[in-house]
Design a protein around this ligand. Structure first.
Ligand SMILES: *Cc1c(COP(=O)(O)O)cnc(C)c1O
Length: 403
């Protein structure tokens, strides 16, 4: 029984999905089950419990195979996204590896977007290769043209939209339709948009992956991964997760469900701050272009508008040739932006990125230095002032420095 109705709007669903106070002694949130062993009064009771669990019921039989804490988050994410069921993993990368390895066997080829998250690429090029799976990278903007790359040996197509480094929006419905027609499953890394701003299952995707570490946890204090599957893909995903011992720790699962409850209101502010900063960046003479699909000037804007209902706080921008040598000094000179991996927390982050180093299917054509920003929940006016002082100081050698 869920507290949510099909007619509930997203902000209501994010508060109520997967929540069962009546099962938890009235507590608003699920208890944190710190458990390995589950004891039963008799062997018969144990066998019955195992039978229910292996029939896919949310039954606690052992710490690794799920607890009310993990089931609550899995059900919430699956429901928000419109999938059948979800499985937790100890990190976003583990979720990606779990989803891919469930559907790729020795001798298969898989098609992976050239814009994917770096460690996804590394997983494909090392571990999967060793397991006898061939990875072929494709132009993220290929759309329905992917049909020409599909064949009987291709078991899955991996997408990430927008790319979390270079922000290309993929034509997911066209890619998923071509893959389905060729008998391949489509996986989408939906971390950027979260279950709130993109509904991959409505776009034809079979499995949606999240680095829960990012906006779901939302406070930079836990690692977590989630894969949501449609009904057809679920048994194989769940079986692979079971056989490989995938689970998330109880405190991390708890932090994920706690973060989720405020995700709608946080994302609204991330988006608003990002839009203000993009508008400001777009006016700066040092900036060649901004990479943010919600920005009307972005090449992916039309697809984003068609397939997404919002944007999060992660964006990129390219410096002009003249400003590019100062990219690192710009990042080093920021006061409010941390220099660090990951994103999706309440705090702002900045990095210099080098996508040209990774691309193989379609070389990165941006010529200037690429910076990536995560816009946190600080006042956007302070973030703009910080960017202003740092860009001014770095590019004009202190001439525009304010203090
Ligand atoms: C961070 C990230 C991941 C990996 O998540 P971890 O929890 O850090 O393992 C996967 N995909 C994208 C797009 C990410 O940004």
């Amino acid at each position: 029984m869920s507290r949510t109705e099909k007619t509930d709007r997203p902000m209501t669903r994010v508060v109520n999905a997967g929540r069962h106070p009546e099962d938890w002694g009235g507590a608003v949130n699920p208890p944190v089950y710190r458990v390995s062993t589950i004891v039963h009064p008799t062997m018969a009771a144990r066998e019955a419990a195992f039978a229910r669990r292996f029939a896919d019921e949310r039954e606690m039989i052992y710490g690794r195979t799920g607890t009310p804490t993990s089931f609550a988050l899995e059900d919430a994410v699956a429901e928000l996204e419109g999938g059948h069921r979800a499985q937790l993993y100890p990190s976003g990368l583990a979720a990606i590896a779990g989803a891919i390895s469930a559907f790729a066997s020795a001798g298969d080829s898989i098609l992976v977007s050239d814009s994917v998250y770096g460690p996804t690429r590394k997983f494909c090029d090392t571990y999967l290769k060793r397991m006898g799976v061939k990875t072929v990278y494709y132009d993220p903007e290929i759309g329905g043209g992917i049909a020409e790359m599909l064949g009987p040996e291709v078991s899955l197509v991996f997408t990430e939209s927008p790319g979390s480094l270079t922000f290309e929006v993929q034509d997911i419905p066209a890619i998923a339709a071509a893959a389905r027609a060729a008998g391949a499953v489509t996986i989408m890394d939906n971390t950027w948009a979260t279950p709130l701003y993109c509904k991959p299952f409505e776009l034809g995707v079979d499995l949606s992956v999240h680095a829960g570490t990012k906006y779901i946890v939302g406070h930079s204090d836990a690692m977590l991964g989630v894969v949501v599957a449609n009904e057809a893909a679920w048994p194989r995903l769940a079986d692979t997760a079971m056989q490989t011992g995938m689970s998330a720790g109880p405190d991390d699962a708890y932090l994920g469900q706690r973060g989720l409850r405020t995700m709608a209101v946080r994302l609204r502010q991330h988006q608003q701050g990002a839009m203000e900063i993009v508008a400001w960046l777009d006016q700066r003479p040092e900036i060649a272009r901004v990479l943010y699909p919600a920005w009307p000037g972005d090449p992916g804007h039309a697809l984003w508008k068609r397939d997404f209902t919002g944007a999060s706080g992660l964006l990129g921008f390219e410096l002009t040739d003249e400003a590019s040598p100062h990219a690192r000094a710009i990042v080093d000179g920021l006061r409010l932006f941390g220099i660090g991996s990951s994103w999706g927390g309440y705090e702002s982050l900045a990095l210099v990125q080098k996508p040209a180093d990774f691309r193989t299917a379609k070389p990165w054509t941006g010529h200037g230095a690429l910076l990536r920003l995560h816009i946190g929940l600080e006042d956007p006016a302070d973030l703009i002032a910080d960017l202003d002082q740092s860009i001014g100081r770095a590019v004009s050698g202190g001439a525009e420095a304010k203090t």
